[in-house]
Design a binder for this molecule. Structure first.
Ligand code: HEM
Length: 181
């Protein structure tokens, strides 16, 4: 039987966007870096958990390059999952700084465009964050939230990663608009 990816169906495909803006912390200020990126989303089948929960799974790889020199400055892999029975969308992601996030949220039912919103907080009992001891002590991720809007072959996202770094709290933000090729 065909798998129903629900609100994740519109993610599947190869996307590219060059309107990205990253705001990242520096010891004495911020860095604003315009970027372009590719994200490849693939249908990855479904899984059953504890013989009772079924998740439809979309896997992705995101590669982000600085516009100023075309060098990769962010690489991220992850899964989006759809639980049709509870109407829950979840997003697990890993970045190569020894940080992982499992974010989730209720799907609001919107279909045109489709809007996905997920969040996680450090220490949250439901949707959480795991990181290495070094990151916990020096560049702690405290929260993550993301909103994705899928409108046919156009995708927009905005995400905020809460950090405790350089003795202050910092909202590290990223947003971009992509089109499907
Ligand atoms: C398009 C997405 C993203 C881009 C382009 C990006 C880029 C950056 C940049 C340029 C820095 C500063 C690095 C430095 O000063 O050496 C940074 C720091 C950081 N980012 Fe991201 N980031 C993205 C998404 C994320 C996400 C999703 C997370 C975690 C959920 C994350 C976690 C961190 C952490 C923990 C740091 C602090 C490390 C440090 O500055 O030394 N980032 N990011």
């Amino acid at each position: 039987m065909d798998i129903d990816y629900g609100p994740l169906t519109g993610l599947i495909g190869s996307w590219k966007g060059d309107k990205g803006m990253d705001i990242a912390p520096e010891p004495d200020g911020i860095e604003e870096a315009p970027y372009w990126e590719t994200i490849d989303f693939e249908a990855a089948g479904d899984v059953t958990n504890a013989e009772s929960q079924t998740l439809a799974v979309v896997r992705y790889h995101q590669i982000v390059r600085r516009k100023s020199n075309d060098e990769v400055f962010h690489d991220q892999i992850g899964y989006w999952m759809w639980d049709a029975a509870s109407g829950t969308v979840s997003h697990s992601l890993a970045i190569p700084r020894a940080v992982c996030v499992v974010a989730g949220g209720a799907y609001d039912g919107s279909t045109n465009p489709v809007v996905l919103e997920v969040g996680a907080k450090l220490g949250d009992a439901d949707w959480g964050i795991a990181q290495s001891p070094f990151m916990r002590d020096n560049a702690k991720t405290t929260a993550f939230s993301m909103k994705v809007t899928i409108d046919g072959d156009r995708l927009q996202y905005a995400e905020t990663t809460g950090l405790d770094i350089y003795g202050r709290s910092f909202d590290h933000t990223d947003e971009n608009e992509l089109t499907r090729s």
